[in-house]
Design a protein around this ligand. Structure first.
Ligand code: SF4
Ligand code: SF4
Length: 89
């Protein structure tokens, strides 16, 4: 099974409140853009030299916050009961 197929099995109760934001000012001079490689859910995408982020498919792993040395990511969990639903809690 491909990674994309496995990701498609995840279930989400998406919070209307955004739980992760990216300060794109910090992204402009970020050469390696490690968030593109750290996120297992491909929430970060490079479009014409510009980082776009969508929180809806976030797996709440925290990798992006650790990978971003510029502190451009404001990270928290979704509100209680929202976000990804793991099979074993
Ligand atoms: S690692 Fe941080 S600063 Fe660099 S592109 Fe990603 S979010 Fe922006
Ligand atoms: S917490 Fe994990 S899944 Fe969510 S955006 Fe960051 S790296 Fe991606």
């Amino acid at each position: 099974m491909k990674v994309e197929e496995k990701l498609a099995l995840n279930k989400f109760d998406v919070d209307k409140e955004v739980h992760i934001t990216v300060n794109e000012e910090g992204c402009r001079d970020c050469e390696l853009k490690p968030c593109l490689y750290a996120c297992p859910a491909d929430c970060f995408v490079l479009r014409e030299d510009h980082i776009t982020f969508s929180y809806e498919g976030c797996l709440e792993c925290g990798s992006c916050q650790i990978a971003c040395a510029k502190g451009a990511i404001s990270w928290t969990y979704p509100r209680g009961g929202f976000g990804v639903c793991y099979q074993y809690g």
